[in-house]
Design a protein around this ligand. Structure first.
Ligand code: AMP
Length: 498
């Protein structure tokens, strides 16, 4: 069996690896590290969880341990698609380089340019960056890439999904062609192959897992169901999710819930929180510091459920997840493999549930083709949905006029009034044709025609209405219904990394 000491690594790096407690190199490490140490370009086809980060950080540190950085001219560069991944690579560097004197800078969005500039000015050995932020620094004239000796591209397939390939090509061209390149991707789309042919020189190809393997120790379940009517679909989905979570009981130690859209990440998080769950959310629109706090809370078991978008969660090293929930059927079938691969790691048991409404069924075939087996169906749990719609009563008009006059004295933002209206009058979601046929006029959506009139509120104005809301704050769970975007639209989760 290959040992770490067989790989040609620097003794200081071996010491750090030993202290971390790794006993033997993983297959990708055993295969990639010797080539990287020999100065060869490496094309690594490996998913997260295989130990691929150490397969490029360990040889980089070993090689950089000799030599010194010059101002504004980093000696090595790691490109990662998202802030979290870049931060995770940086954590790995700190861990493995603790006995070597290497300076590192992390260039990601959400962090001030000033602090990052100061580090670059002093000179760094290792620069870890998202492509957009790196180019921002370059364009400000603060950074020279002509001193790059080793360049790593991590999660290239995700870079492709996020539209970063032109940035990557540009960055490659800004670095010297004499550099050594270590390039990692979970899959090899034609565009990725083209890039590797253009920018890698006679690379050693190392591959550790088939593209579409789902672990055998993951119990997969597909829960298909239909809502009584369109306006109740979202609420029903949230209710079914909560029921499954509750039914899993103690088996569920922690879980990740994947949504296709950022807006649903927010809503599902709010809904679970409202029902007493310990929960956090990550997606690309959330503040960077918040995302990092949530992630570390989840890793430390302070947060039990993490609601996430694919882009934000992709590649993150989150060990020991018992459950994965596909709140939406993923549109790209590979995402199913990535999502459920978060559980059942290192031989542990894992459970993966996927919720499916009729409009999502069209994606199931592709997923089953990819994983090469049918996903076992389960009966949808019985859930009770309270239909909040009610027919207006005779005295509603008088009461709502009273409410209106009260509300006109409170300086409450319009947005909040709208949320409350939606909560008490979800029938506004229905089609105009149905509204016409109703005997009594219904409360229209928003303020149209009704001023600040709130149907059914009576003379009681709940305290939460009186609170000011901050811009960008999420709306109350059940008040939010999505009408503006096609469910599962492909382009609605385009997160940017920088
Ligand atoms: P990665 O695929 O780089 O995200 O790594 C997945 C996980 O494997 C991380 O938690 C690493 O700390 C861990 N790991 C990496 N290399 C080894 C090793 N040789 N032995 C045991 N665990 C490892």
């Amino acid at each position: 069996m290959i040992k770490f000491t067989d790989l040609g690594l620097n003794p200081k790096v071996l010491k750090a690896v030993n202290e971390v407690g790794y006993e033997t190199p993983t297959p990708i490490q055993a295969a990639a590290i010797p080539h990287a140490m020999n100065g060869r370009d490496v094309l690594g086809i490996a998913q997260t969880g295989t130990g691929k980060t150490a397969s490029f950080t360990l040889p980089m540190i070993s090689k950089l341990a000799r030599g010194r950085a010059r101002a504004r001219m980093p000696r090595s560069l790691v490109l990662a698609p998202t802030r979290e991944l870049a931060a995770q690579v940086a954590e790995n560097f700190e861990l493995y380089a603790k006995h070597c004197k290497l300076d590192m800078a992390l260039l990601i969005g959400g962090v001030s340019f000033k602090d990052q500039d100061r580090l670059i000015d002093r000179g760094v050995d290792v620069l870890i960056a998202t492509p957009g932020r790196l180019l921002d620094h370059f364009e400000r004239g603060k950074l020279l890439l002509t001193g790059i000796e080793i360049m790593v591209v991590d999660e290239a397939d995700r870079m492709l999904d996020m539209g970063f390939i032109p940035d990557i090509e540009r960055i490659f061209k800004l670095t010297p062609f004499t550099r050594q390149t270590l390039f990692f991707s979970a899959t090899m789309a034609p565009e990725i192959t083209r890039i590797t042919q253009e920018f890698l020189q006679n690379p050693e190809r190392v591959e550790v897992a088939r593209q579409a393997t789902t672990s055998e120790n993951i119990e997969q379940k597909l829960c298909a169901f239909k809502a009584p009517n369109r306006s109740m679909e979202a609420k029903m989905k949230r209710t079914v999710l909560r029921k499954i979570i509750d039914d899993e009981g103690e088996k569920l130690t922690n879980g990740i819930i994947f949504c296709n859209r950022k807006v649903d990440v927010d809503i599902v998080m709010k809904s679970l929180k409202k029902h007493g769950h310990s929960v956090g959310a990550i997606h690309g629109d959330l503040d960077q510091r918040y995302r990092m706090e949530v992630l570390s809370g989840f890793k430390n078991n302070d947060i039990k459920l993490l609601v996430a978008s694919d882009v934000a969660a992709r590649g993150l090293d989150i060990p020991n997840v018992s459950h994965v929930f596909n709140y939406d059927v993923p549109i790209h079938s590979e995402d199913y493999v990535h999502r459920i691969g978060r559980t059942g790691r290192a031989g542990r048991n894992g459970w993966a549930f996927m919720l499916c409404m009729p409009h999502e069924e069209k994606h199931i075939d592709k997923i089953e083709d990819l994983v090469k087996h049918p996903i076992p169906r389960m009966d949808a749990p019985e859930v009770e949905l309270k239909d909040r719609r009610r027919k207006p009563k005779k005295d509603d008009h008088a009461k709502s006029e009273e409410t209106k006059s009260k509300k006109s004295h409170s300086k409450k933002p319009k947005k909040e009034a709208k949320a409350v209206e939606q909560e008490v009058a979800p029938q506004a979601e229905e089609k105009p044709k149905q509204q016409k046929s109703a005997k009594k006029p219904r409360q229209p959506r928003g303020n149209k025609g009704g001023g600040n009139r709130v149907v059914g509120m009576g003379d009681h104005v709940p305290a939460f209405i009186m609170r000011n809301i901050r811009t960008g704050e999420m709306q109350s769970d059940d008040a939010v219904e999505i009408t503006d975007a096609e469910p599962n639209s492909e382009n609605n989760d385009n997160e940017t990394a920088a």
